[in-house]
Design a protein around this ligand. Structure first.
Ligand SMILES: Cc1ncc(C[n+]2csc(CCOP(=O)(O)OP(=O)(O)O)c2C)c(N)n1
Ligand SMILES: [Mg+2]
Length: 317
């Protein structure tokens, strides 16, 4: 990867981290309503996967979607405006945290029902194949989603029809308060691909370059031959959502994973092996902080949706 791209990848991961920290503050102040699921700890997965996509490739994910939206090119000010329910948000304040989306960015959302977007991903990949496009669909979901029927139906059909879809499981080792071992018959999620004769790989989801390289390789396969399941082993440092009392994880387990902070690992690599200076990386961090500050100001100054638009965008009159 060229130097410029490495630098912007670092900037992006810091941007996502700061965006999430700021979102947590705003939520605690009661300025964000509804649910809020933070991506802190998982930044290397979204950034690594999306860095390998081409603009024609579609991206779809679950409700832990802020980082993926940023990687797809959504501006932080648009994200904050959506979180604050403002007219300038990507869904004009109607969707909130779990429903970020922008079709112009080929980012198809933000979905709140666990596993339900996997059949949608299969459908989008079917559409591309049917039209003779060589675009791929990148579908991201959690470990918990792989215990749901939708996952198995979507993987099966994608293999039967050799659809150009990359299944990316973000295995953060918990679905709400339930560990993978308690909910899944196999804890190595990639094994689930083998029932459908689908190739798979497991990568260290705390190492953005490993995720990027594995995604590139997997996408080559997807474009030529069909589906692939990529499992990224990762960890979320915060609760499942805001207000999670977190009684299911031991403090020392969280501390152990904190040592593998994806931003820290990448920073060390950039400094030690890839010729970056502390100054350059500090400047990128400062840039990210400023962008987040300005984004929040933009969102706060934006208007609420007008009350007479309350019934706009509904399917039923
Ligand atoms: C069909 C369905 N069942 C239950 C829920 C409640 N629920 C929300 S998130 C979640 C856990 C999902 O875990 P995972 O797929 O691992 O994603 P993560 O939150 O770890 O990113 C559950 C059970 C839901 N939203 N949809
Ligand atoms: Mg999970």
């Amino acid at each position: 990867m060229e130097k410029e791209k490495l630098q912007s990848l670092y900037y992006e991961m810091v941007l996502v981290r700061r965006l999430e920290e700021k979102s947590a503050n705003l939520y605690q102040q009661g300025r964000i309503g509804g649910f809020l699921h933070l991506y802190i700890g998982q930044e290397a997965v979204g950034s690594g996967v999306i860095a390998a996509r081409q603009a024609k490739d579609r991206v779809i994910t679950a409700y832990r979607d802020h980082g993926v939206a940023i990687s797809c090119g959504m501006e932080p000010k648009v994200v904050f405006a959506e979180l604050l329910g403002k007219e300038t948000g990507c869904s004009k304040g109607r969707g909130g945290s779990m429903h970020l989306a922008d079709v112009k960015l080929n980012f198809w959302g933000g979905h709140a029902i666990v596993g339900a977007h996997l059949p949608l991903a299969a459908g989008m990949a079917l559409a591309d194949k049917y039209r003779g496009s060589d675009a791929a669909t990148l579908c991201m979901f959690g470990d918990g989603a792989t215990n749901i029927g939708y996952f198995h139906e979507a993987l099966n059909l994608s293999m039967v029809w050799k659809l150009p879809v990359l299944w990316v499981c973000e295995n953060n080792q918990y679905g709400m308060g339930t560990s993978v071992e308690r909910a899944s018959a196999v804890s190595e999620i990639r094994q689930k691909a083998s029932c459908y004769g689908m190739p798979s790989e497991r990568v260290d989801g705390m190492d953005v370059l490993q995720v990027y390289n594995a995604t590139q390789k997997a996408l080559e396969h997807v474009r030529k031959e069909g589906p692939f399941l990529l499992e990224a082993l990762t960890y979320r440092y915060r609760g499942h959502s805001m207000g999670d009392p977190e009684r299911y994880r031991a403090i020392d387990e969280i501390e152990k994973w904190r040592k593998d902070d994806p931003i820290g690992i990448f920073r060390e690599k950039l400094l030690a092996d890839l010729g970056f200076s502390e100054l350059t990386l500090d400047e990128e961090e400062l840039r990210a902080e400023n962008v987040i500050e300005e984004a929040v100001q933009f969102a706060e100054a934006s208007p609420d949706p007008a009350s007479e638009t309350l019934f706009d965008y509904l399917y039923v009159e």
